[in-house]
Each structure stands twice: as structure tokens, then as C-alpha cells.
Design a binder for this molecule. Structure first.
Ligand code: AMP
Ligand code: MG
Length: 538
């Protein structure tokens, strides 16, 4: 973007606040925790912050709003996106939604600590809703304080942007600020409350509407309001579907099934575990939303979940994500029934998710392995064998796929007696003693099958490795890296937050001077809080 496209100040932002203009507002203006009925949102202002300080902003996200670095570094930006000051056309509010948490209907949830500021229409006509997270209580705060701590805000901020650069659909993060508030949190719910630094993230999305926004109206029998919100969503967020009608409703639900499938395929590609896939954390646009106790797979373990609250049931572990997304889609379908009123058609769309997911997942795997095209007859077996192999010795998923592209597969005889594990792959193992003869036998068997498969393709080795490098990231936000950045930021040193943001802008590039960030998790991080275990406390 050339500097001439930048606005000269925040005052020039163009707001077009459709949510508050077109949907019914809570008539009660007092801000206290309560059950709210028959409306979509409650007007509420962000809490003033005593001593805001800018930790980081994302220039690429700022570009979406036509904001220059000069504007982002000015005091007005700090005051605005920490919640201290409203721009003239902002119209702050918290939305009402419900949701299923860990499989059970939880009733009203809502924006308990997210405050929407309004919707921007940028210079290219895109809509970007702005939302502060951690800026004080709302009618939906239940028993909590509406605040967020620096630790979880660094994680939300960095991961939103990292996911975007990886090509995973996600909400974006514009800025991260500390507030000067002290916030008390009992991080592991074990009777050890501590004071932590308060923080606010400003996040961006074309829309923050979640499955739970429809569920709350469905569950409360608010059929007219349910229809109003569906029509509003189709007109504003799915304009390509045309005027709302019986057919449009079905096409809309189908599209949600499709985009959700795509989002999950992308999570599985990069090894992302959301950690809290409740229906209130599912975006209607198929965006990754609400970065809480998420984690990145280090050793490839499909049963792994970073969320300590989920340690027993592992409902939201890596391998369950595809199925849970479908379960969530079923809950959305149920909620929409009073309006769609065509069980068979909804069922068909819901069923299509599984086929869609599976065919896209296979295509994605064939790209990770660098094939010219997916061979639907024989490739799935190769994928299954590989994934099983990855669980047999503790193997770093990111390093394994990235380095597989470097192995000279074509010219190696994997079936000779004295074959050794290629050095590139050795980097991916956490416990050398697991690499026994049995394991090696399976690995060589698989590498040999991979070699035979590659020979069917016309791409050269170089073309294959280039293709693989464009879908197998070198750099991801490893759990321990985020924690190191947090540890520094908590001491007032924001350098690593900014360093990681810069690193993760180009996750598929080699960046030779940054090798240390591509290394596997160090041993000390295996059991350290924040690195391998996270709670919902944030
Ligand atoms: P989550 O598990 O973060 O998706 O949050 C579930 C619900 O709890 C949502 O309605 C959140 O807005 C709300 N919530 C989470 N943390 C807080 C907090 N510190 N203050 C107020 N509400 C919160
Ligand atoms: Mg949430």
C-alpha cells in the first residue's frame, strides 16, 4: 500500500454501524450482569484504562483500515484502542449469544469482556468490525470482571496474526496494549490467585457473529428475532447469496458447513488445536475465533489437548476437531430449524460436511507430501500409514513435514540393510531411544512407498520441495515461544512479542538467521505451565 492511501488520522475512519442500526437494542442502558431477552445487543462503553501503554500493533492489520504507522504510534490510537476514548462515530455494544460448552447447553453467554466499537467501511469497500477484548464488564459478564491479562492477550494477538500469515481463516488483531490495571487470576484454579497485568487487544473481523448468536434466539423461542438476525447476516455477510428466502437459507447453512470444513482442514494442516470448540466460539464465517487455551502440536499426538479443563475428556483434542465441528454444525442446524423448516435439506447439508472435510483433507495431505495431484485410490493408505508412524515415536509434526521436503527421496535405497534415518528427519525426534529397529523398519517401508508414489508424478525433486515448503510451515507459534515472549513482556520488555510477530509474517520462508525459532521444543518446556498446559483462565 502506498502512503497516499493512508488516512491522516483516526478521525477519518468511515463507520457504517449496521449491527446497531438494523438490529434491536437492549432498552436497559445500565451496565449490570443479568439475563437479557428479545434483543441482539446491549449498548455499553469500554472501561477507561488508568495507564495504557502500547505493546505492539500489526501494520498489516492496520493496512486493512488504511492506518499508517504514524497513526498507530500516536497517542490518539493508544487512547482509542485501549478503551479510553471513543471516536465520534463509534457506537459501542456487547452482543447477546448462547452456546453449548463441552457438549452441554450453557444458556446465555454473550460478549462478557468483548466490546464492539463499530464497523469500518475501508477504502476498498471492505467491512471490518472492531472489537476490544478485555475492556470491562458488560451485562453478559456473569460472575467475571470483563478484563483480560497480558499473558492471554499476547497469545490472542500473536496467534491471530500468525494464523493469517499461515493462510488459515481467522479474526485479525490490530493492537495489544497494557492497561495499567492489576487483574487477579487463579491461573490453574488451585487456590493461588495472583495479580497480573491487565491488557486489551483490538481485534478485527468482517463479522464476529457466532453459532451461539442464533442458538440463543432459537432456545428462547424468539422466532421473529431469529429470522431477523438470519436475514441481517445473509444481507450483510453473505451478500453473494442474494435476497433472503427459503432457498437462500439453505444455501447459507450449506456455506457455513463448507467454510467450517475448510477451516478445520487448515487447522489440521498446521497442527493447531483450538482447545475450546464450544458453539459460542464458532464463527459464522468459518474464521478461527477466541484464542484461549489453544496450542500447537509439537510431537504428533492426535489425543493431545492443551486445555487442562479438558484433560480428562479430551473432547477438544487435535484428532477430535473435525468431528466436534460437525457436532457444532448440528447444533446450529437445530437452532435454525424454526426458520428453515426443512429437516431433510438441513440434514443433507450437515451430512455433506463429512464428505467435504474428507476430500479437502486428502487434497491437503497430498499437498503436504508434494504430490502433483491426489490419487484417491491409493494415496489415503499412504496418509494413514504416515500418521500412524508419526505417533510411534515422539515426532515434531512441523519439523517432520518441513524436513521431509529436504530428504533426497528419489535416490535413496530405503530397503538396504544399512539404511540410516535421513539426517533431516532426525531433527524431528524428541527421544532418540525410541528409534529402534522396529520403528526404523516401518519408517523405511513408508519412505520406500513414498518414493514409489513420487515416481508417478512429473514434477522434479526441486518443484516438489518448493510445493511442500509452501504448505508446510517452517515457523509456527510454538507454545514455549509464546510463553518466552510473555515472560519478557510481563517484565516490561516487549521486544520478543514484536520479534515473533515479524518472524511469523513469513512462516514459509527459511529465514536462516532465525533458525532457533524453528527448533523443537526444549526439554524444560515439556511440563512448564503455559508451554504444554493451559487453562481457560485468561
Ligand atoms: P470463553 O470460554 O473465553 O469463550 O468464554 C465463555 C464466556 O465467558 C463468554 O461469554 C465470555 O465473554 C465470558 N468470559 C470469559 N472470560 C470473561 C471475563 N474475564 N469477564 C467476563 N466474561 C468473561
Ligand atoms: Mg469465547
Amino acid at each position: 500500500m502506498s502512503s497516499t492511501d493512508y488516512l491522516s488520522s483516526l478521525q477519518e475512519l468511515h463507520f457504517d454501524n449496521r449491527y446497531t442500526r438494523d438490529l434491536p437494542a437492549d432498552p436497559i442502558s445500565e451496565n449490570y450482569t443479568r439475563q437479557v431477552a428479545d434483543i441482539c445487543y446491549s449498548p455499553v462503553e469500554p472501561l477507561k484504562t488508568p495507564n495504557p501503554s502500547l505493546v505492539s500493533y500489526s501494520q498489516d492489520a492496520a493496512d486493512l483500515l488504511n492506518l499508517s504507522s504514524q497513526t498507530c504510534e500516536a497517542n490518539e490510537f493508544l487512547q482509542t484502542f485501549s478503551g479510553n476514548q471513543l471516536l465520534d462515530d463509534m457506537n459501542p455494544y456487547a452482543t447477546r449469544y448462547g452456546g453449548h460448552q463441552f457438549g452441554n447447553w450453557a444458556g446465555q453467554l454473550g460478549d462478557g469482556r468483548a466490546i464492539n466499537l463499530g464497523e469500518i467501511s475501508n477504502q476498498t469497500g471492505e467491512r471490518w468490525a472492531l472489537q476490544l477484548k478485555g475492556s470491562g464488564p458488560t451485562p453478559y459478564s456473569r460472575r467475571a470482571d470483563g478484563l483480560a491479562v497480558l499473558r492471554s492477550s499476547v497469545r490472542e494477538y500473536l496467534c491471530s496474526e500468525a494464523m493469517h500469515y499461515l493462510g488459515v481463516p481467522t479474526t485479525r488483531a490490530l493492537s495489544l496494549m497494557t492497561t495499567g490495571n492489576k487483574v487477579v487470576r487463579d491461573m490453574f484454579y488451585d487456590g493461588n490467585p495472583q495479580e497480573e497485568l491487565g491488557a486489551v487487544v483490538c481485534r478485527l473481523a468482517p463479522s464476529f457473529t457466532r453459532f451461539g448468536h442464533f442458538q440463543i434466539h432459537g432456545s428462547r423461542g424468539e422466532t421473529d428475532l431469529l429470522k431477523q438476525l438470519i436475514d441481517f447476516t445473509i444481507v450483510n455477510d453473505f451478500p453473494h447469496l442474494g435476497e433472503p428466502s427459503a432457498e437462500t437459507y439453505l444455501a447459507w447453512y450449506q456455506e457455513i458447513c463448507d467454510t467450517t470444513a475448510e477451516m478445520i482442514v487448515q487447522w489440521m494442516r498446521v497442527g493447531f488445536v483450538h482447545g475450546v470448540m464450544n458453539t459460542d466460539n464458532m464463527s459464522i464465517l468459518g474464521l478461527t475465533i477466541d484464542y484461549g487455551p489453544y496450542g500447537w502440536l509439537e510431537d504428533f499426538d492426535p489425543t493431545w489437548t492443551p486445555n487442562t479443563t479438558d484433560a480428562e475428556g479430551k473432547r477438544y483434542c487435535f484428532g477430535n476437531q473435525p468431528e466436534i465441528a460437525q457436532w457444532n454444525l448440528a447444533q446450529l442446524g437445530n437452532a435454525l430449524m424454526p426458520i428453515i423448516d426443512n429437516l431433510e435439506a438441513v440434514q443433507n447439508a450437515y451430512d455433506s460436511y463429512q464428505y467435504r472435510f474428507q476430500s479437502r483433507w486428502r487434497e491437503m495431505m497430498s499437498e503436504k507430501l508434494g504430490f502433483d495431484n491426489l490419487n484417491t485410490e491409493t494415496d489415503p493408505q499412504l496418509f494413514d500409514q504416515l500418521l500412524s508412524l508419526l505417533t510411534e515415536a515422539e515426532t515434531d509434526m512441523t519439523i517432520f513435514f518441513r524436513n521431509l521436503a529436504k530428504v533426497e527421496v528419489e535416490n535413496t535405497d530405503f530397503l538396504t540393510q544399512d539404511c540410516e534415518i535421513p539426517a533431516e528427519l532426525m531433527d524431528s525426534y524428541y527421544q532418540q531411544e525410541q528409534l529402534n529397529d522396529e520403528y526404523k523398519g516401518k519408517l523405511f517401508f513408508w519412505l520406500n512407498a513414498y518414493q514409489q508414489r513420487i515416481k508417478q508424478d512429473s514434477s522434479s525433486a526441486e518443484q516438489r520441495s518448493q510445493k511442500m515448503d509452501s504448505v508446510n510451515p517452517k515457523y509456527v507459534l510454538r507454545n514455549y515461544l509464546a510463553q518466552l515472549a510473555i515472560d519478557k513482556a510481563e517484565l516490561g520488555d516487549n521486544s520478543m512479542v514484536n520479534e515473533l510477530l515479524e518472524l511469523l509474517r513469513n512462516p514459509y520462508d527459511e529465514q536462516p538467521e532465525q533458525e532457533q525459532f524453528a527448533e523443537k521444543r526444549p526439554e524444560w518446556a515439556r511440563v512448564k505451565a503455559g508451554c504444554s498446559m493451559l487453562s481457560c483462565s485468561s
